[in-house]
Design a protein around this ligand. Structure first.
Ligand code: NAD
Length: 265
C-alpha cells in the first residue's frame, strides 16, 4: 500500500539520532507521503537531528525541551503559523537519572521521581492537548511510546516503569477526552532496542538479550517494524482504534517463563 499518509502533516518529537525509535517512525511516515516537522532537545542533539531531517526534505526543525513550557508553546505557535492544522503527533520522549535505573525502585529519590514523571509522562498530556486543539474537524491521531516494565517488574527499570504505567493510563484518559472530536490516542509498547535512552538502563545488554531470546519470535524488533505499527496507528487503517496499548515486542509480553528445554540448557 502506498501514500497512506499523503496530505497529512505531523510533528515528530524524540529524535536524538538515527537509532531513535522516533527516527524509524519518521522514515516510514515520510515514505508514505506524510509532511513532517521535528523537534530536538538542545543544540548538541540539534546537530544530529538537522541533517536527518534534511535527508527527508523536512525544513521545520525546532528546539524543544519539555521541562520548559515556553519552548513547547513556541513549537505549536510556529506550527500554527506554518500549517494552521496538524493531523498527527508522535511523542517518543523519556528521561530518568541513570543512577536510579539500577538497584532498587524503593531507593528512588523524590526529585528524580518528579522529574521522570514530568518528562516521561506529563509532557505527553501537555503536548497531546496542544496537538488535539490544532487537529481538523475530521479528527487526528496521537501516539506515544511505552515499555512492558509498566505492567510487570523488569529489573532496573524502576521509576521509569511507574512513569510508563501512568503514561499508559494517560493514553486511556486522553482517548476519552479527545474521542468526541475524532482524535485517537494510542501507545506502542516496544520491545527493547539499543538507543540512547535504552542504553541508560542498568545491565541493558543482558536484560535485552534475555527478553529477545525468550520471546515467541526469538529476536528483537526493528525500527522498521516499529515504523510499520506507528503507520497503522496514525493512518486511517486504524480508524476505529483508540486508547490501546499495542505491543510490538516479538510477543515477549505473553510469556510467563522460558520453555523447559531453555530452563534445562
Ligand atoms: P532516544 O534516546 O533515541 O530518544 C529519547 C528522546 O527523548 C531523545 O530524543 C531525547 O532528546 C528526548 N528527551 C529526553 N528528555 C527530554 C526533554 N526534557 N525534552 C525534550 N525531549 C527530551 O531513545 P528511544 O529508545 O528511541 O526512546 C523513545 C521512546 O521510546 C521513549 O519514550 C522510550 O521510553 C521508549 N521506549 C524505548 C524502548 C527501548 O528499548 N529503547 C523500548 C520501549 C519504549
Amino acid at each position: 500500500m502506498q501514500d497512506l499518509m499523503k496530505g497529512k502533516r505531523g510533528l515528530i518529537m524524540g529524535v536524538a539520532n538515527d537509532h531513535s525509535i522516533a527516527w524509524g517512525i519518521a522514515k516510514t511516515l515520510a515514505a508514505q507521503g506524510a509532511e513532517l516537522a521535528f523537534t530536538y532537545q538542545g543544540e548538541a542533539l540539534g546537530k544530529r537531528v538537522k541533517p536527518l531531517a534534511q535527508s527527508l526534505n523536512v525544513d521545520t526543525v525546532l528546539p524543544c525541551d519539555v521541562e520548559n513550557l515556553d519552548s513547547v508553546d513556541q513549537v505549536f505557535d510556529a506550527l500554527r503559523k506554518k500549517w494552521g492544522q496538524l493531523d498527527f503527533l508522535v511523542h517518543a520522549i523519556a528521561f530518568s537519572d541513570k543512577n536510579e535505573l539500577k538497584g532498587r525502585y524503593a531507593d528512588t529519590t523524590r526529585e528524580n521521581f518528579s522529574r521522570t514523571m514530568l518528562i516521561s509522562c506529563f509532557s505527553f498530556t501537555e503536548l497531546a492537548k496542544r496537538a488535539a486543539e490544532m487537529m481538523p474537524a475530521s479528527g487526528g491521531a496521537i501516539i506515544t511510546l511505552t515499555f512492558g516494565g509498566s505492567v510487570r517488574v523488569m529489573p532496573n527499570y524502576n521509576v521509569m516503569g511507574v512513569a510508563k504505567a501512568a503514561l499508559e493510563a494517560s493514553v486511556r484518559y486522553l482517548a476519552s477526552d479527545f474521542g468526541p472530536r475524532g482524535v485517537r490516542v494510542n501507545a506502542i509498547s516496544a520491545g527493547p532496542i539499543r538507543t540512547l535512552a535504552g542504553s541508560g538502563i542498568g545491565d541493558a545488554r543482558a536484560l535485552f538479550g534475555f527478553m529477545q531470546k525468550h520471546s515467541p519470535l526469538g529476536r528483537g524488533v526493528t525500527l522498521d517494524e516499529l515504523g510499520g505499527s506507528a503507520l497503522y496507528l496514525l493512518s486511517d487503517l486504524s480508524g476505529g482504534v483508540t486508547g490501546e496499548i499495542h505491543y510490538v515486542d516479538s510477543g515477549y509480553n505473553v510469556i510467563s517463563m522460558p520453555r523447559p528445554e531453555e530452563l534445562k540448557a
